[in-house]
Ligand binder design. Structure first.
Ligand code: PLP
Length: 472
């Protein structure tokens, strides 16, 4: 491709990108294709001769786009948002153009030093413990694995990496509502999923601290070695908030690592009025949250803060001859901060987003999402047709359609059908969870451009479906 061709195609694609952003609401939120439909339109073999960009781009529009679920549609209320924004997109274009592999300081000093500085900004923005250190990880799952591996290495006096696991009775604790990434990390770290102790939750789906204390006591009596507690600020099911301060008392008493998973909800810590969720954090050891969920930065950008930076680096540092540089003692080499060696230059998009919005605008948007969530919650509570299924402290409303004449199984089925009808309308996209065995609809309000009208639209959509359907 010549530079002239690149310039032409790039301008055309940027125009398409701007049009897409402008017209995104004309697409069905959730892709409506059937399994196999997209693949059947793709050739079995790669092209032997190069094709021109116009042909490729046309196929993108014709074949790929129908199979896209539009995460940036303001009526995307499913899962948790994976949101983006214009400054983030612009930064990603530059990142791809520079094509930097930011494994060590030497391979691009700006990537390392910008990451260091942006991590300091986060500490200020979110009032995190001053002595903690941050780094960008791929995702919250990686950060949780990172925390478990570091704790595992530390408890063994930094011998496990060398000799393998000799401590075979290490135990980790989290609530029944914790994310499956904790189970996965137990498996990968060689600690075994059976050694992940799931602690029961209260009516608000938050971890019961008395049950945690009991479980630890019992494990100690049975000869296990308690290692870590993973507390959640904002569980994935219902955004439950574990009582961090009380959990921290327990982890301090037993000298356990306290890792805090705030994948979605961490963003809300930029609001002073939401910082109660993190009370006790300074007594903990690590925190992860994903700007790629709710902070208008496109995937992937997960931020991991840790108290004991030395333990972290001792766990992951490998220094083969070909990666040694004369600056090693003066600079941050992020290859030592996690599993992968290679790293994308992800600090750039965070820098663009934070500067372009400014902290105040970020706060304003998050506050707005919280207000919309309270509004939707009241709508559910006021209606005799619905039942609210969990407290709404953040941006996720868990509810179900009520039908008093039916059995639990029948009501679950009706709610499942309601969800399918919402999603196949193309007008909004919600997902579900199970709470106390009830099929529960989850409506998440965190898309970058979600406005009041989209909340009104989804209310009208749900009401109309119920009115006009045979769900009764
Ligand atoms: C989304 C989520 C995760 C997983 O995040 P990834 O970045 O996709 O690995 C972990 N924990 C919680 C609470 C989450 O909501």
């Amino acid at each position: 491709m010549t530079n002239e061709d690149f310039r032409k195609s790039a301008h055309k694609m940027v125009d398409w990108m701007a049009d897409y952003m402008e017209n995104i609401e004309s697409f069905p939120v959730k892709s409506q294709v059937k399994p196999g439909e997209i693949k059947s339109k793709l050739p079995n073999r790669p092209s032997q001769q190069g094709e021109d960009m116009d042909t490729i781009f046309n196929d993108f529009k014709k074949i790929i786009l129908p199979g896209i679920t539009h995460w940036q549609h303001p009526s995307f209320h499913a899962y948790f948002p994976g949101n983006s924004s214009k400054p983030s997109v612009l930064a990603e274009m530059l990142t791809a153009t520079l094509g930097v592999q930011a494994m060590i300081w030497n391979t691009s000093p700006a990537a390392a030093e910008l990451e260091e500085q942006v991590m300091e900004w986060f500490k200020t923005m979110m009032d995190l413990p001053k002595e903690w250190t941050g780094s960008i990880q791929n995702g919250a799952s990686d950060a949780t694995l990172n925390a478990i591996l570091t704790a595992r290495e530390k408890i063994s006096g930094f011998t496990t990496n060398q000799v393998g696991i000799t401590h075979n009775k290490l135990r980790v604790y989290c609530s029944e509502q914790a994310h499956s990434s904790v189970d996965k990390a137990m498996a990968i770290a060689g600690l075994g999923k059976n050694n992940l102790v799931k602690i029961s939750v209260d009516n608000a789906f938050a971890l019961k601290e008395e049950a945690l204390e009991l479980a630890i006591q019992q494990d100690l009596e049975e000869g296990f070695t308690p290692l870590m507690v993973v507390a959640a600020i904002g569980t994935t099911g219902s955004t439950a908030i574990d009582p961090l301060e009380k959990i921290a008392k327990i982890t301090q008493k037993h000298n356990l690592w306290l890792h805090v998973d705030a994948a979605l909800a961490g963003t809300a810590l930029i609001l002073p009025e939401m910082r109660w969720m993190a009370n006790g954090l300074s007594k903990g050891d690590s925190l992860v949250f994903n700007p790629h969920k709710w902070m208008f930065t496109n995937f992937d950008a997960s931020v991991y803060f840790v108290k004991d930076k030395v333990a972290l680096i001792n766990t992951f540092s490998e220094s083969p001859e070909y990666l040694k540089t004369k600056e090693d003692n003066e600079v941050t080499n992020y290859r030592d901060w996690g599993v992968p060696l290679g790293r994308r230059f992800r600090a750039l998009k965070l820098w663009f987003v934070i500067r372009s919005f400014g902290v105040e605008k970020l706060q304003e948007k998050i506050r707005l999402h919280l207000e919309f969530s309270q509004d939707f919650k009241s709508w559910i509570e006021k209606s005799a047709q619905f039942r609210l299924m969990a407290p709404v402290d953040l941006n996720t409303i868990c509810f179900r359609y009520l039908n008093t004449n039916k059995t639990k199984e029948e009501i679950n089925l009706i709610n499942k059908q309601l969800l399918e009808q919402i999603n196949s309308s193309g007008k909004a996209y919600l997902t579900h969870t199970k709470l106390n065995d009830w099929f529960t609809l989850r409506l998440v309000i965190g898309q970058t451009n979600v406005a009041e009208k989209h909340i009104n639209q989804v209310k009208a959509l749900i009401s109309n479906l119920i009115k006009n359907s045979n769900l009764n």
